[in-house]
Design a protein around this ligand. Structure first.
Ligand SMILES: [Zn+2]
Length: 90
């Protein structure tokens, strides 16, 4: 997973975190699990001990879920459970 340099939400020191903003599960089905399980967009700061989610808006693509692309921008916390906002009406 790519490591991105961010500033810690608490102490503002530069730390490395797994930041992903585009989840395209059409190409990478594992991305969905990574997002829902909190492996992505999670910061652990060695300076102040902060350990939590980052408030990063994400774009979620799932072309396998139905007709057309689902293009949704949301905060990670909105994805609790499996509610990814896919409403399939055929
Ligand atoms: Zn910190």
């Amino acid at each position: 997973m790519p490591q991105t340099q961010i500033s810690c939400p608490r102490c503002r020191q530069i730390i490395a975190a797994n930041v992903e903003q585009l989840f395209d599960v059409t190409y990478e089905p594992a991305a969905k699990q990574r997002l829902l399980s909190g492996q992505s967009n999670h910061a652990r700061c060695p300076h102040c001990g902060y350990d939590g989610r980052l408030a990063t808006p994400v774009v979620y693509h799932d072309n396998t879920a139905g007709a057309g692309a689902v293009d949704r921008e949301t905060a990670p916390d909105d994805l609790g459970g499996c509610a990814v906002g896919i409403d399939q009406t055929e």
